[in-house]
Design a protein around this ligand. Sequence first.
Ligand code: IMP
Length: 431
Amino acid sequence: MDNRVIIGGQWGDEGKGKVVDALSEGVDWVIRYQGGANAGHTIFIGEQKHVLHLVPSGILRPGVKCLLGGGMVIDPWSLRDEILALEQRGVEVRGHLQISASAHMLMPYHQRLDELREGRLKRQSIGTTGKGIGPAYLDKVQRTGMRMGDLRLPPEHIERKGIEKILSANELLSEFYQADPLPSRVLAEELVVLAKFLAPLIVDPHQVLRPVREGRETALFEGAQGTLLDIDHGTYPFVTSSNCTIGGVLTGTGLPPKVLGEIDGIFKAYLTRVGNGPFPTELLGEEGETLREAGGEYGATTGRARRCGWFDLPAARYAVDVNGITGVIITKLDVLDIMPTVKVATGYELDDEVLDYFPVGSGALSRCRPVYREFPGWDRPSAPCRALADLPSAARKYLEFLEEQLGALIIGVSVGREREQMIWTPTGVTT
Ligand code: IMP
């Protein structure tokens, strides 16, 4: 098993959790490198549904070591609760999970500021998950944040530092937002208790990842969110605050490029988006509703209904280019089983022009109208299929078209939520 990076090719929710779970058998490490509890990775094992927000999906494979990388923003309260909830269900966490000392701490005031800021923006809001992600990265960039490594300080230092940060956030809360201040002493004392629980898991990432750097141990890098939500390469300002694209793996782990291995892009067979921002292939009517219901398209983190639409090829090609994707995995093909026809955007109409590429940085995307190619739906379900040859021929034609247009091999197709509903196609889908 080589090292692999699993990257979302769209606006998140592509089904990365399932893919990471499938590919983590036999690897030494599963490493998250960016984002925080805004992610919601859902995995079904038999009848058990696991929704993970911070802990890497690899935790469900006994013996796999998991790392929360330095590029993440971690809410210690949520992390403790997630660990305890997993342990209550019989998943061994504390023997396997490690936390980079350089990951930033997401504090209750970040969450409060996120809500208040979104409230002020009203109709121009981003539609964040409300988990405090933007304010936490803001503190990191303006060099006022606390890091997970701080939880290894003596209790009185943690308490003092905590109080200092909360008091300073309280000034912003009360003076700028006219909101109630947070109880600094109570929260700082809670932080000291959390430190006792989490400190044994906090590690120096440069030391623990030495075997990965030296090629003696293998790693799977688990991306959160997706390319189009990347702070630099996504549909700014309707993005998250981290680098969900390939560069985030390097900055979020401190590992050099040579260890990355294969770069797999995960794409749903259609497209969804949560939150605001342009979405040229969005289906606002009945078809969108049908996709949402068939795909269970409700956020794993916030429960919000996801916006649904057709596969957008220019956007997907952009994701392939930006990340250097070497293998594509198409998920939720079975959701299209009920559609009488399936459409794919091959380009956009913008003013009097037809674009065959994804326009970046100009706000033009919101004025783009999709140009579609239509495919007939398939006559029988793909969900029971376990090999490429079993798939209905119309579904195969659809996949072959995507493979040709993306310029990268489709190496896997997921046809349902269960672990075994996966078809591996290492040499692609075109015969
Ligand atoms: P934030 O990451 O909470 O700041 O939210 C910024 C944008 O990213 C919003 O549109 C969110 O809906 C979106 N977003 C954040 N995390 C995810 C995710 O895991 N899946 C899908 N969308 C996400």
